[in-house]
Design a protein around this ligand. Structure first.
Ligand SMILES: *[C@@H]1O[C@H](CO)[C@@H](O)[C@H](O)[C@H]1NC(C)=O
Ligand SMILES: *[C@@H]1O[C@H](CO)[C@@H](O)[C@H](O)[C@H]1NC(C)=O
Ligand SMILES: *[C@@H]1O[C@H](CO)[C@@H](O)[C@H](O)[C@H]1NC(C)=O
Ligand SMILES: *[C@@H]1O[C@H](CO)[C@@H](O)[C@H](O)[C@H]1NC(C)=O
Length: 524
């Protein structure tokens, strides 16, 4: 099983033709000040006409969350899934049965799971209106809550966070349905003597963003989420250490290359969730240390900088009035760097990255190659809507001007590639279109629902030359090689393993594209 090394290739290098010196404002755009005190997108308008292709793809993509749910399933719509992992957490009298399995295996890895929740929250906050138009909003909120219920339970006291359920070596030594698991499911925690800043901060980001999602529909739950988020941020910031150094075993799967990005990302979300200016002071004061101003980076489960830069640019676009000039000027640096990310992606930009396939797919790593184009296109979609709503109109890339519609067109090109507009004519979204992978690396999908297997005898289904008996609907597989080929083989984990965070990213992108353009709304 090639599952070791899933963590390879999240970050990569952002190769651009020309490196911009952006900090001092090489990208200058006029900020139209608005009267709202903080974080208000302003105008609320109805979404435009529904684009059927993206709406259909969104309804497929949403289903992978149901495929990945652990615990006692409620209203289960996936006929080959059932209850599983009901005793997770019982050894410490916690109910850690919910949450989602990470990928084709059955580990609950807290770091990427929290990222899944942060991205899904963001998608709902920006594009919940569009999800509502195509009847996916309740499902999106339900899937988010399935994770946040787990994360709250995993945080039993201010300075303790359970960050993993299951032993990857044991789990990967078995090939069985989640419903059939009988192995021990040990727990891993971070605490004051074994801290993990990035995983605690990412969990804070997840719970703060989710608190906004549930603010009007369930205020009690929302304030519970926010309380956990604030405690986790304090814990993360006060006991600074990378979980990859505190607990070296995690390096095999989700190695972290640093925690500064998660602190900024979490503080950005906490500002949006609370309106408390101390969080903006935090991002302003720590920007020079952590934000890599001027250097574009790839948004992914290990590196949240590009996401934090776009999220904080929202404040400059829509809520900067009343902030001190030092905070405003720091926020400008975040915004300039967000624009450097955009400029690194737009095909006609002088600073466009060279890391892409011949037909234009952003391509950074051989493992899970689609995570980068989809994550980047999600950010591009959001930024295009900020430009449109703020009426600031354009960005400038080394002197060349681009409009919101140029950004949106780029995001669509990446989505279209994923959905089948590519040299292999392959849809990499499982269950969408006529030609999608049949040998997805996924235990539950590969074993007939009525088979009884133990840990080892299930490997016959990994090795079988038959297609999967169950469709892992909505899974976004790893995707093509740089030469745009795809080997549809069940043991091909680099290309053929769908992950839960890939689903959050594609759900975010598709919900942004569901209508012709979107008016940015307040998060409140
Ligand atoms: C702190 O976490 C480590 C690593 O998970 C664990 O070994 C240790 O027992 C924990 N400390 C306490 C006091 O529970
Ligand atoms: C994990 O990341 C650190 C920091 O980038 C690096 O030094 C280390 O070699 C990585 N570990 C593995 C197993 O790749
Ligand atoms: C495409 O790239 C993969 C990975 O580098 C390689 O194994 C494969 O042989 C290449 N296929 C072709 C047709 O060049
Ligand atoms: C994976 O499966 C393919 C056929 O499906 C086989 O040709 C290949 O040898 C297998 N690779 C490994 C590493 O088991």
């Amino acid at each position: 099983m090639g599952e070791k090394g899933r963590s390879k290739g999240c970050v990569g290098w952002f190769l651009v033709v020309v490196i911009l010196a952006l900090v001092a404002g090489a990208v200058v755009i006029t900020i139209k000040k608005r009267s709202e005190s903080h974080d208000d997108g302003g105008d609320v308008g109805p979404p435009g006409a529904v684009q059927k292709k993206y709406a259909d793809a969104l309804s497929v993509a949403m289903q992978f969350f149901d495929v990945q749910k652990s615990g006692k399933l409620e209203g289960n719509k996936i006929e080959w899934r059932g209850d599983s992992a009901m005793d997770d957490g019982s050894q410490v009298k916690l109910d850690l049965s919910k949450g989602m399995y990470d990928a084709g295996d059955h580990i609950k890895f807290g770091f990427p799971m929290a990222f899944t929740a942060s991205v899904l929250s963001w998608a709902i906050l920006e594009y919940g209106d569009q999800m509502g138009v195509v009847n996916e909003l309740d499902a999106a909120k339900g899937s988010l809550k399935w994770i946040t219920d787990y994360l709250v339970e995993a945080h039993p006291s201010p300075n303790v966070l359970y960050i993993q359920v299951g032993d990857p070596n044991t789990d990967h030594g078995c090939w069985e349905r989640p419903e059939a698991m009988k192995e021990n499911r040990p727990l891993t925690q971070v605490n004051t003597s074994v801290p993990g800043t990035e995983v605690a901060a990412e969990t804070a980001a997840a719970l703060a963003s989710a608190s906004l999602v549930f603010k009007s529909s369930d205020p009690t739950y929302s304030s519970t989420l926010l309380q956990h988020a604030e405690q986790l941020f304090t814990f993360a910031n006060k006991y600074r250490a990378s979980y990859s150094e505190s607990i070296p075993e995690v390096q095999t799967y989700y190695n972290s290359t640093g925690y500064g990005d998660e602190l900024l990302w979490a503080a950005g979300w906490l500002y949006h969730a609370t309106g408390d200016h101390t969080y903006l002071d935090f991002v302003a004061q720590n920007g020079d240390d952590f934000a890599n101003f001027g250097s574009p980076t790839w948004f992914c489960w290990d590196n949240k900088l590009a996401g934090a830069q776009v999220l904080l640019s929202r404040v400059s676009f829509f809520g900067a009035s009343g902030l001190s000039s030092s905070v405003q000027s720091s926020l400008q640096k975040y915004k300039s760097t967000a624009e450097a990310v955009m400029c690194g992606l737009l095909p006609k930009s002088p600073t466009v990255t060279t890391t892409k396939t011949d037909s234009g797919l952003l391509w950074v790593s051989e493992w899970n190659s689609l995570q980068h184009p989809v994550a980047s296109a999600f950010l591009v979609t959001i930024y295009s809507d900020y430009l449109l709503t703020s009426k600031t109109g354009t960005i400038s890339c080394d002197g060349k001007t681009f409009k919101a519609s140029d950004l949106r067109k780029y995001a669509q090109s990446q989505a279209d590639y994923v959905l089948g507009d590519n040299p292999s004519k392959m849809s990499y979204l499982v269950g969408y279109g006529d030609n999608y992978p049949q040998f997805v690396h996924h235990r539950g999908a590969s074993i007939p629902a009525d088979a009884t297997t133990g840990c080892k005898d299930g490997f016959q289904y990994l090795d079988s030359t038959d297609p999967n008996p169950n469709v892992a609907t909505g899974g976004l597989v790893g995707g093509p090689f740089l030469n745009e080929t795809y080997i549809d083989s069940r043991n091909n984990t680099k290309q053929g393993e769908p992950t839960t965070y890939n689903s959050a990213l594609i759900v975010g992108l598709l919900s942004g594209l569901v209508t012709s353009s979107s008016v940015v709304r307040s998060f409140k």
